[in-house]
Design a protein around this ligand. Sequence first.
Ligand SMILES: NC(=O)c1ccc[n+]([C@@H]2O[C@H](COP(=O)([O-])OP(=O)(O)OC[C@H]3O[C@@H](n4cnc5c(N)ncnc54)[C@H](O)[C@@H]3O)[C@@H](O)[C@H]2O)c1
Length: 252
Amino acid sequence: MRLSCRIALITGAAGGIGRAVALCFASEGAHVIVSDINASGCAETLQFLQEAGGSGFSIQADVMHEDEIQSLYRQIIDRFAKLDIVVNIAGGDCEPAADVEDIDYVKMSANLDLNLKSCILSCREAARVMKPQGFGKIVNMSSLVYRGSPNQFSYSAAKGGIYAFTRSLALSLGRYGITVNALAPALVAVPAFVTALGAERWEMLQKDCASRYPLGRVATPDDVARCALFLASDDAAFITGQILEISGGARL
Ligand SMILES: NC(=O)c1ccc[n+]([C@@H]2O[C@H](COP(=O)([O-])OP(=O)(O)OC[C@H]3O[C@@H](n4cnc5c(N)ncnc54)[C@H](O)[C@@H]3O)[C@@H](O)[C@H]2O)c1
């Protein structure tokens, strides 16, 4: 077991990728704190995790609110007195497919708040716990759009910001035994896409991407979970400040 005795916080753990990461980490022996704005989704993830023999705990938190992030970390430390791993997954595109002239202030701000500011604030709280511990693994969720994506302006800016922030944090936390890395998946097949687009449009999108990815398919949540596991485990002990593209070879 690669995460035995580790306490791991996963945000966005009710979602497609977050749930896969939570289940994967629990199967590797971590005690997983499952967090999301969606309380019933969290409870479901926790149930799956426990049915599979894992151990965990659920805390609802809205990462767009600083006080809720602080309360999340306070509850973890009150209960476990330490935190080894944080995977910041909560996020999503609040302004998909807008022309640059049509960028909407509210949606743009939501993209920065949900994806970038939440990550920075969560990492700040993580650093406050991990520095005195002299140990920690932080994995942030960027996206392949960090390289740039037409019509995803504020989302790609937020995900690119996560990469820059990850590198800055890695530079400053390395000497405290803390690694900080980021994941950059291309398209991942998650249930939220089917809900948002409908089955037919999702199928078209998936086929179109798969035909352009050298590996001939889009990613599964498990593809991403295994990469998160690697970066959170001692196998990646000497890796920090990196972005891991999980892209099936897309955009090489
Ligand atoms: N699916 C993809 O193709 C893909 C590709 C690259 C990056 N990502 C990133 O991966 C992450 C997970 O996305 P997913 O594909 O699993 O989608 P998803 O919608 O299934 O999961 C996102 C989760 O974040 C939670 N969330 C949303 N707002 C929140 C808030 N304010 N506070 C706390 N939780 C909140 C949602 O409730 C949901 O459970 C996101 O950061 C997304 O940007 C996804």
